[in-house]
Design a binder for this molecule. Structure first.
Ligand code: AMP
Ligand code: MG
Length: 407
């Protein structure tokens, strides 16, 4: 049995990007940038008005301050959004502009529409307008040639908006790993069907589907398989031929019908590890395959849903993230103070389901209650997993602990 730290290190060591592809920005949400991008134009591309109003020469309004009287400027034209006024603003004149309109030559400020009286071809204003007022300078957002995104960043909606504003239509991203899930267990019944005595509803198909979809990987299939070696082997072979990562649920422990290891090893899998000194998810297995010149991996996840969840968050998600080229692939970690004492057996690292609370700049962690790996209900309110070291037997109230935050 190996330690959590070692197992996690062995998993991440195998995670390498699968290549790059170019995708239109409409398809890029959640993908990871493979090549940094530099802006090929400035943003905004031209100096423009921040309000609906009148572009003018600020010095023309100086006399208002001296005399206290309103002044009058001649309106040259109206410039609507998308128009371009090629003339110049000379002494005593102004141009009616809309938000985003280019600032015409000669003008150095815009007075908002609400502060002006427009009568005929003239505008009347009562206050001094300062130079630069309501003007957005070309390049104040992004300068031409400036880096707008780095490699390894996960694309969020705002990035896509920024790319579009910069005139970028497609971008280079890392390829997504393909995932195939096999859900083992003769006792499993799909929700929607009547439950026969001795059977349970299959939670892991739905859980694993959602976890994979939320990770950014491409889910090929989730298939329930019976605990029969021939059947499991055939399905495993089919999965490995298509996927980069195969996830199995159940059948990886020491029971008579726990056949995942046997099926994998019969196909020539290289066992990287089986069994980790952790609670829950002790039976976790990790295998590497070379089939038809393709490399693929198998995570043998335990059957209990709580163990599936932990294994996914601690091992599978970071593995997928790293393959997808993400810079930050490890679980986010904080230090928190335990609000109660905690007792455990020596020998295995415990992942303690906790709720978190911020008090005077300090995170407080409190157990959510039931921790057994078959229990699903308390996972809903779990905000993180506290990592209680293998050798620890007792923690006092107030002990500082590490917590991995859930996404
Ligand atoms: P196993 O490792 O296959 O013996 O499974 C361990 C425990 O998890 C057993 O109590 C199983 O019934 C349960 N289990 C396995 N697969 C699922 C599933 N898909 N949904 C809910 N519980 C499961
Ligand atoms: Mg089973």
């Amino acid at each position: 049995m190996i330690t959590y730290e070692k197992a996690s290190q062995l998993v991440l060591k195998e995670a390498r990007p699968l290549g790059r592809e170019t995708v239109p920005i409409e398809k890029a949400l959640g993908r990871v940038v493979a090549k940094e991008i530099k802006a090929f134009l400035s943003l905004p591309p031209f100096t423009n008005s921040a309000v609906d109003g009148y572009a003018l020469r600020s010095q023309d309004t100086d006399e208002i301050e001296l005399s206290g009287k309103e002044i009058c400027l001649k309106l040259l034209a109206e410039q609507r959004a998308g128009d371009y006024f090629a003339g110049q603003i000379r002494k005593g004149t102004a141009l009616k502009v809309m938000t985003g309109s280019p600032i015409p030559l000669g003008a150095d400020a815009v007075v908002p529409k609400e502060e002006v009286d427009e009568r005929g071809n003239f505008i009347f204003l009562k206050r001094k307008v300062r130079k630069g007022e309501n003007i957005r300078l070309a390049g104040e957002d992004v300068k031409k040639g400036e880096k707008i995104i780095e490699r390894g960043i996960v694309l969020r909606p705002v990035h896509l908006g920024l790319f579009a504003a910069c005139g970028i239509k497609e971008i280079s991203v890392y390829c997504q790993p393909k995932v195939y899930a096999l859900i083992t267990g003769d006792e499993l019944c799909p929700p929607g069907k009547p439950l026969k005595p001795g059977m349970i509803y299959d939670a892991n198909s739905s859980l694993i589907r959602a976890l994979v979809e939320s990770s950014g990987a491409k889910l090929l299939a989730v298939k329930r398989v019976k605990d029969k070696l021939a059947n499991l082997s055939a399905n495993l072979e089919r999965a490995l031929n298509q996927a980069d990562i195969v996830l199995t649920s159940g059948g990886v422990s020491v029971g008579d019908y726990d056949l995942v290891k046997e099926a994998a090893e019969k196909m020539g899998a290289q066992r990287i590890f089986w069994q980790v000194a952790q609670k829950p998810a002790k039976p976790l297995a990790f295998y590497k395959f070379y089939l038809n010149n393709r490399k693929s991996f198998l995570f043998g996840l335990p059957g209990n849903p709580g163990a599936v969840f932990i294994s996914f968050e601690e091992y599978v998600r970071p593995f997928i993230k790293k393959i997808m080229g993400q810079k930050d692939y490890l679980p986010k970690e904080i230090e928190a103070t335990l609000t109660h004492s905690f007792r455990k057996k020596r020998g295995r690292l415990n992942f303690l389901r906790v709720k978190l609370q911020l008090a005077r700049g300090e995170w407080l962690a409190t157990s959510v209650g039931a921790q057994e790996s078959g229990i699903l209900s308390t996972l809903g309110e779990t905000q993180g997993f506290a990592l209680i070291p293998a050798e620890t037997e007792f923690l006092e109230t107030g002990t500082k602990i590490k917590v991995h935050l859930l996404e």
